[in-house]
Design a protein around this ligand. Structure first.
Ligand code: CO
Length: 136
């Protein structure tokens, strides 16, 4: 693999119980603006994206009790959930990661929100951080 694979920080994701409350807080405290909102049924989440320069704060809340974000909130409470890094080719970066012994949650890159292609890497072996590769 040649050169840096992570080209930009796409988003920092924060898990919350009250999505509207969290959005209102960012608006009131920082004048932030929601540029995208989406329910991703396959992941059991609803997200709101607030733009910060070329990146986003992604506020996440579960849409059903068995969603991974619901379990995360139960275990750890509200707070930082994952970091999304932009990559040119999510599948290629994912497979290179696996070739280097990295543990991933997704076996292959798949559709994410906003029409992106994404792959999640397991926090185990990644310094306790859930990492999302994001290809725009
Ligand atoms: Co994300």
């Amino acid at each position: 693999m040649n050169g840096p694979q992570l080209t930009e920080i796409d988003h920092v994701a924060i898990a919350v119980h009250d999505l509207d409350g969290a959005v209102a807080w960012y608006e009131q405290m920082f004048g932030a603006r929601v540029t995208h909102r989406e329910r991703v049924e396959s992941d059991g989440v609803e997200e709101a994206l607030l733009q910060v320069a070329d990146s986003y704060i992604q506020l996440l809340t579960p849409t059903r009790p068995d969603s991974p974000v619901a379990k995360y909130l139960e275990r750890k409470g509200e707070g930082l959930h994952h970091v999304g890094y932009r990559v040119a080719d999510a599948e290629a970066t994912l497979q290179a990661y696996r070739d280097h012994g990295g543990v991933s949650i997704d076996d292959h890159a798949r559709p994410g929100s906003r029409g992106t292609t994404v792959a999640f890497l397991h926090p185990k072996g990644a310094w306790g951080t859930l990492i999302e590769l994001v290809q725009e």
